[in-house]
Design a protein around this ligand. Structure first.
Ligand code: UDP
Ligand code: MG
Length: 138
């Protein structure tokens, strides 16, 4: 079993897509193991997206992810990290049937985040769910 971090981004929360997006994971047999709504500070956003610090789109990315409340979820299951990424779809030009392919309105406002590797999942889960991670909630 793996654990991964999903963020339902502010554009999706604003559009009332939380239920639909979480349902996409649940109907594939993935399970919720943690859930919260929060509005990221700029500092928290910089930490979460630190790998993109020097990219030209970084300011726009920070503006978007801090633009309103988001929903953070721990998703668990066999091969959860890769399965969540497949369900989310590509960063650019996601195909129909994927979450981004069905709902993204731009490369930035792309409705959902999923950790891209076991290392990213561990780092990001510790950031968003420090208590649950410390207690080893499986
Ligand atoms: N992003 C953007 N412009 C780009 C590439 C990415 O605004 O040209 C944003 C987008 O919201 C994306 C996030 O930055 O989800 C992180 O980029 P990454 O390449 O890690 O894509 P992801 O892992 O989310 O598919
Ligand atoms: Mg990424």
């Amino acid at each position: 079993m793996e654990k991964t971090l999903v963020l339902v981004k502010p554009d999706a929360v604003e559009r009332g897509l939380c239920g639909e997006i979480l349902r996409r994971f649940e109907r594939q047999g993935l399970r919720l193991a943690g859930l919260k709504l929060l509005h990221l500070t700029r500092k928290q956003a910089v930490e979460h997206y630190a790998e993109h610090r020097d990219r030209p789109f970084f300011p726009e990315l920070l503006d978007h992810i801090t633009s309103g409340p988001l929903v953070a979820a721990i998703i668990t299951g066999k091969d959860a990290i890769a399965r969540v990424r497949r369900l989310i779809g590509a960063t650019a030009e996601a195909v129909p049937g994927t979450i981004r392919g069905d709902f993204a309105t731009s490369v930035t406002a792309n409705v959902v985040h999923g950790s891209d590797s076991p290392e990213s999942a561990a780092r990001e889960l510790a950031l968003f769910f420090p208590l649950e991670t410390t207690l080893g909630a499986d």
